[in-house]
Design a protein around this ligand. Structure first.
Ligand code: ZN
Length: 179
């Protein structure tokens, strides 16, 4: 999930350089479901570390492995800059609240587009950390939103699929103009 551009031109250039490594809308890899991870080795930890670096440089609050062309179930999130980033392997949303909330979402893979997305406010998540240890998370609000956005990527789902028909049409028009 993405935040806005930087005012500082030098920092903005670094953001653009990082974004060059992120697969963009239209790339079929973003539409392909990812496979579970079975081996928790140094390569996995390296990959998670690299994804965190890329996410931070690109000013994202989350990044999923398919966005860098890797079809495996790994996401990194940093919804709160005061807290350390978290890598989740094979994340699964096992419970969703009935209560839903609409929020604006951007995506590192979809240019500068921001669309409203309706999502459950609270979720329960089962995952593993990069060492294979089980992790359980109760998340709500923005953190829950970021996790759901990234887990969607593992299933080939994008925010354009989750927004209204009018918003999708407008976003696609903007993408054509930017492209
Ligand atoms: Zn995204």
């Amino acid at each position: 999930m993405a935040e806005r551009a930087f005012e500082d031109p030098e920092r903005e250039e670094r953001r653009q350089r990082a974004l060059a490594h992120v697969r963009q809308f239209g790339d079929p890899v973003l539409r392909t479901p990812s496979s579970p991870i079975e081996v928790f080795d140094d390569a996995l930890r390296e990959e998670a570390k690299r994804m965190v670096e890329l996410m931070v440089e690109a000013r994202g609050v989350g990044l999923a492995a398919p966005q860098i062309g890797r079809l495996r179930r790994l996401i990194v999130i940093e919804p709160d800059p005061e807290e350390p980033p978290v890598a989740l392997v094979n994340p699964e949303v096992t419970w969703r609240s009935d209560e839903e909330e609409e929020g604006q979402e951007g995506c590192l893979s979809i240019g500068e587009i921001v669309v409203p997305v309706l999502r459950p406010v609270s979720i329960h998540v089962h995952a593993r950390d990069v060492s294979g240890e089980p992790v359980e998370i109760d998340a709500e609000g923005f953190v829950a939103r970021v996790i759901q956005h990234e887990v969607d990527h593992l299933d080939g789902i994008l925010i354009l699929d989750r927004t209204g028909a009018e918003e999708r049409k407008e976003a696609l028009r903007q993408l054509r103009e930017q492209g």
